[in-house]
Design a protein around this ligand. Structure first.
Ligand code: NIG
Ligand code: FE
Length: 404
C-alpha cells in the first residue's frame, strides 16, 4: 500500500549535501512547500541554519522532470498491432485496417471513468517514481463530447490524487471517429462549435492539439481548430510532420503554438517559423523507435536556429508504450544525437516551456513550488547514460517528500 500523497512528509527545511548539474555543491531551503533560497553551502542564510535538516549525502540534484507530451488515459492496449508491425505492416496500414487510434477509441469509450483512472494511475506511478513532477495529458481517444470529457476529467483527477501538476490538452482532432466516416468537415465543426467550447467552459482544457497528417486532419482543418482555440484564448500545439511534411509547424507557429511535436519531416521553413515564434520542438524518440522510423528530426538545423528542444515519452498504446522519461533522454542522445545537457534541458526547462509552465517548473529557482529530484548518481551525464534502472534517491514534489 503506498502512502497517500497528502500524507507524505513535508520537504520544508534546509537541504544540504547536494551537488548541482554543474557538479558544484549546493543547498536548498524549502518553506511552505516552496523553494525560498538556493546557493552554495557556505552561503546559507543564518536564519536557515537552525531549520530542520535534510541531508543529501552528496546526491546530484535536478529540477523535477517534466513529461510534456502524453496520451496517458486510454482503455485497453494494442500489443496485437505491435505484432502486425513486426510482421511488416506500417503504422498507416494498421490504421487503414481499422486498428490504430480508432481501436483505442473503442476501448476507451467502453471503459468507465473509474477504470480509466485506475489504469492511468498505475502508469503515472511509474513516471512519478522516476522524478516526473509535471505532466501533460491529452484526450483524443474519446472523439465525442461525452468520452473526451471522461478522459479529461480523469486527467484532472490524476493531478489531484497524485499531487502532480497536470496540464490537460484537448485532442478531439486526433482521428476521425467511425460514425463520421467520409464527413471530416462535419466532425471538425463538432470539435470547434460544441466539444471545445463545452469542455473549456468546464475548465478541462489547458491547451488544444491536432494530429495534422495525411491519415488524420488536413492543414485547413487544423487551422479551423486553431481559430476556435484562439477565439477562446486557449494556447495551441501540434502533432506536426510526423509521417510527411504537411506544413503544419509553420501554421502552428503563426498561431503562436507552445510546441510542435514529432517533426521528423520538418522543413527549414518550418524551423524558421518556429524560431521566430518561440515555439518549442518536442522530440519523441519512443515513437520514432517503435515505428522503426528512419527519418531523423532535423536536430542540427533546430540547434542552429536556436529552437528550444524538449524530449518526452509520447506515452500512448500505439506508437510509444514508454513509461521512462530517462530512457527517452538516453534515446534522444543515442538516436537523435542530442548532447547530454540538451537532453537534460529537454526533460526539464524546455519541457516546462512546451507546457507554458516556464515560470513555475523546470528550473531550481527561489519562489517556485518545491519540485526536485535527488539522484544516486555521481555525474550529470549518468542521467542520460544508464537505461533500465531508476537511479532516484528521493523526489520532492509539490513541497512533499513523495518518493524515497
Ligand atoms: O503521438 N501521432 C498521433 N498520435 C499518437 C499515436 C496515437 C496512437 O497510435 O494511438 C502519437 O504518436
Ligand atoms: Fe502524441
Amino acid at each position: 500500500m503506498t502512502t497517500r500523497f497528502d500524507q507524505s512528509p513535508s520537504a520544508d527545511g534546509l537541504w544540504t549535501g547536494l551537488r548541482g548539474l554543474d557538479g558544484q555543491p549546493c543547498a536548498i531551503t524549502v518553506a511552505d512547500g516552496r523553494i525560498v533560497w538556493t546557493g552554495a553551502p557556505d552561503a546559507v542564510p543564518a536564519a536557515h541554519v537552525s531549520l530542520p535538516r535534510h541531508e543529501g549525502g552528496g546526491a546530484l540534484v535536478t529540477p523535477g522532470l517534466v513529461d510534456c507530451h502524453t496520451h496517458l488515459v486510454y482503455g485497453g492496449q494494442r500489443a496485437n498491432e505491435f505484432a502486425m508491425r513486426l510482421a511488416g505492416a506500417s503504422y498507416e496500414e494498421v490504421a487503414k485496417a481499422g486498428g490504430g487510434i480508432v481501436s483505442s477509441v473503442r476501448a476507451t469509450r467502453e471503459a468507465s471513468e473509474d477504470s480509466l483512472f485506475a489504469s492511468a494511475s498505475a502508469r503515472l506511478q511509474s513516471l512519478l517514481a522516476e522524478g516526473v513532477c509535471a505532466i501533460e495529458i491529452k484526450s483524443g481517444y474519446g472523439l465525442s463530447l461525452e468520452h473526451e470529457r471522461k478522459q479529461l476529467r480523469v486527467a484532472r483527477r490524476l493531478g489531484e490524487a497524485h499531487g502532480v501538476t497536470v496540464r490537460t490538452t484537448f485532442l478531439g482532432a486526433h482521428a476521425l471517429p467511425p460514425e463520421y466516416a467520409g464527413r471530416s468537415q462535419d466532425y471538425i465543426d463538432l470539435v470547434c462549435r460544441e466539444m471545445l467550447p463545452a469542455l473549456h467552459a468546464e475548465g478541462l482544457v489547458d491547451a488544444v492539439d491536432v494530429f495534422c497528417e495525411r491519415i488524420a486532419f488536413t492543414l485547413a482543418e487544423t487551422e479551423q481548430v486553431f481559430q476556435a482555440a484562439q477565439a477562446l484564448g486557449i494556447p495551441v500545439k501540434l502533432h506536426a510532420e510526423q509521417l510527411s511534411d504537411m506544413g503544419g509547424a509553420a501554421l502552428a507557429a503563426r498561431y503562436g503554438a507552445l510546441s510542435c511535436d514529432h517533426i521528423e519531416h520538418l522543413s527549414q521553413a518550418g524551423i524558421d517559423a518556429m524560431a521566430a515564434a518561440g515555439t518549442v520542438a518536442v522530440l519523441l524518440p519512443g515513437a520514432y523507435y517503435t515505428l522503426r522510423d528512419t527519418q531523423l528530426p532535423p536536430i542540427a538545423a533546430l540547434r542552429a536556429a536556436g529552437v528550444p528542444m524538449a524530449v518526452s515519452t509520447d506515452h500512448n498504446p500505439g506508437t510509444s508504450p514508454a513509461l521512462s522519461l530517462l530512457l527517452m533522454a538516453n534515446m534522444a542522445c543515442t538516436l537523435f544525437r542530442l548532447t547530454v545537457p540538451e537532453a537534460i534541458a529537454g526533460i526539464t526547462t524546455h519541457a516546462a516551456r512546451a507546457l507554458g509552465l516556464q515560470d513555475t517548473h523546470g528550473t531550481l529557482v527561489a519562489g517556485r513550488p518545491a519540485n526536485f529530484v535527488l539522484w544516486k548518481l555521481q555525474d550529470a551525464a549518468e542521467l542520460a547514460y544508464w537505461f533500465g534502472q531508476r537511479p532516484v534517491r528521493c523526489v520532492v514534489r509539490q513541497g512533499r517528500i513523495a518518493e524515497g
